[in-house]
Design a protein around this ligand. Structure first.
Ligand code: ATP
Ligand code: MG
Length: 558
């Protein structure tokens, strides 16, 4: 387990407390979650959401939702909507503080002009390729652009004309004027505005210049009064620029935001990059962003993950400063734990084999009491009649020695019902077993004279007459990891072709009739399931969330 399992002890919380001890941020702690609306949120974002909202909650502060929408060509309102839904579903609220970086375009433009006036920004005519070439490398200093020493007046004029649409995309950029020899590449006059004649999902065609992330992000944080700007490690190199920008524009060091980086979540058998996830959707490797095999929050929700299980997972993995890879079985462990406690247990037969109880009257039907959940109690009635279904794999004609399920001449207990004995095996013309004839010990149900008789095996079943038809979808990992748990760079090469198995003709006990989409069950002996939105009044559709076996708990013990 990671060293820091709760907010209370993580290094970001320590930094916050240190700041407050030093008299900073006396107005309170304020964080933000800043997604770019260019895709659906995934499990990695859940970590960031739990951290940002969690830090605010722990410190009795606030957390904003801010859409970082400075890249007009890739963004869409579909994503804006799904992101809000997902954060609420996880159990967090930004109250009335939902913002867009695009809300600040006017202010950001003014800040850019202020930088120009201070001699700290200039309009550059070099092409993108030239800028890259002039930038130097980690071992060689960069070269100054020939346009670097334009006058303030000329820069202001050119920047205004960039805004007015006089230039084509790529013809000019605005750059910070810092130090082309800095060992930090971001400080080598990073680009802060670019020209893009593109329609923006909120500002329409009002702008044809757009601020770069490095410029928009610190200033959006400062405008909103954010105190701690928590982000992932890849921005560590950008922090000096974050500080330079706010310092240069005169933001007070005791109140202005501070960037703190943490390691992003990487999971075995899982891709957590919006670009790759979009590719899976657009190239139809999955049915959509909410395909139950996707690590998106909407996919995990449809798969049957609960908000509590995802929050628990984020707490368990903790927050660290170094990159690491988390085993996906730990995520599964968290939802299994939750459903073990909270899901009612019912009986469903996935691959049915018909059993006729020959000594049970044809027209008889009785209702047997069955308990729902050992922790929360409750019970229901399960109908029993002459014909039932059991799992095909619960019968073997020539079983190995320690097979305690049904075999010719053998006995097994039907959960919540009778002990039955296999008397006859019926086969089709190909020799395949299609039906069993059994007799029941009619005194062996709960309360009966032989109820306590010792029988090694207990199996689940459903009564044929009253069972409801169900489709059951079983999942495996969408991506196969290598032996170290890593997903290969070309993740499409590692796609698991057998990640979905659909069982069309399963049967489930009738107590679940008219159950709501999203309801969770444990199917005795086969796993945890959730009702899928594809369910109709005629057919229930279930997704298997996880199986019953907990490989993570074993790892932990071992
Ligand atoms: P992706 O790489 O999937 O495109 P991103 O970082 O570009 O992700 P953003 O919308 O910018 O996506 O992310 C919003 C916030 O979520 C950022 O603060 C980002 O650092 C954080 N975040 C994204 N991926 C992860 C992850 N795997 N683990 C933890 N935090 C993450
Ligand atoms: Mg990003």
């Amino acid at each position: 387990m990671a060293e820091n399992t709760t907010i209370a002890s993580n290094f970001i919380q320590n930094a916050i407390e240190e700041d407050q001890k030093n008299g900073k941020y006396t107005e309170g702690i304020h964080t933000r979650f800043p997604p770019e609306p260019n895709g659906y949120l995934h499990i990695g974002h859940a970590k960031s959401i739990c951290l940002n909202f969690g830090l605010a909650e722990y410190n009795r502060g606030l957390c904003n939702l801010r859409f970082d929408d400075t890249n007009p060509t890739k963004e869409d309102t579909e994503y804006v909507d799904s992101i809000q839904e997902d954060i609420h579903w996880l159990g967090f609220s930004w109250q009335n503080r939902m913002f867009y970086a695009s809300d600040y375009f006017d202010k950001l433009y003014e800040y850019a002009c202020e930088l120009i006036k201070k001699g700290l920004a200039y309009v550059d005519d070099l092409s993108a390729d030239e800028i890259r070439a002039y930038r130097g490398t980690l071992t060689e200093p960069g070269k100054e652009s020939p346009y670097r020493n334009r006058s303030v007046e000329e820069n202001l004029d050119l920047f205004a004309r960039m805004k007015a649409g006089e230039f084509a995309d790529g013809e000019k950029v605005l750059r910070a004027k810092i130090d082309m020899a800095s060992p930090n590449m971001v400080l080598r006059d990073t680009v802060i505005y670019r020209i893009a004649h593109a329609h923006h999902h909120r500002t329409g065609d009002a702008w044809c210049i757009y601020p770069m992330y490095d410029f928009a992000h610190p200033l959006s944080d400062a405008i909103e009064g954010i105190t701690h700007s928590v982000c992932t490690l890849e921005f560590e190199e950008h922090r000096p620029f974050y500080d330079w920008l706010l310092e240069s524009l005169g933001f007070d060091a005791n109140t202005r935001p501070r960037q703190i980086e943490f390691a992003r979540l990487n999971l075995t058998n899982t891709v957590t990059s919006k670009r790759k996830l979009r590719q899976l959707v657009e190239e139809h490797f999955v049915s959509g962003w909410d395909d139950p095999r996707m690590p998106t929050i909407s996919g995990l929700r449809r798969r049957g993950y609960t908000p509590a299980s995802l929050r628990k997972f984020c707490e368990e993995i903790g927050v660290a400063k170094a990159d690491s890879l988390v085993d996906v079985s730990m995520l599964e462990h968290c939802v299994r734990d939750d459903l073990n406690e909270n899901a009612d247990r019912v009986m469903a037969v996935l691959r049915p084999l018909k059993v006729v109880i020959t000594n049970y009257p044809e027209d008889k039907e009785e209702y047997l009491l069955a308990d729902n959940n050992p922790m929360h109690g409750g019970s229901r009635f399960v109908p029993f009649s002459r014909e039932i279904y059991i799992e095909q794999e619960d019968f073997m004609e020539e079983p190995p020695k320690k097979y305690f399920r049904l075999k010719p001449g053998g006995e097994v207990r039907l959960k919540h019902a009778y002990i039955i004995k296999c008397e006859e095996v019926i086969k089709d013309e190909n020799g395949k077993v299609v039906e069993l004839h059994c007799t029941a010990d009619l005194d062996s149900k709960t309360g009966g004279a032989t109820a306590g008789r010792k029988i090694k095996g207990t199996i689940h079943w459903v009564a044929a007459k009253t069972a409801l038809p169900a489709e059951v979808r079983l999942y495996d990992y969408l991506i196969e990891s290598d032996e170290n748990g890593n997903v290969p760079a070309d993740f499409l090469e590692a796609l698991n072709k057998n990640s979905l198995e659909t069982i069309e003709n399963a049967w489930i006990e009738p107590s679940v009739k008219l159950t709501a989409v999203g309801t969770h069950y444990q199917f005795l002996r086969t796993g945890y399931f959730v009702v899928d939105p594809d369910t109709t009044p005629d057919k229930l559709v279930f997704n298997r969330v996880v199986g019953l076996r907990d490989s993570w708990a074993k790892v932990k013990k071992g």
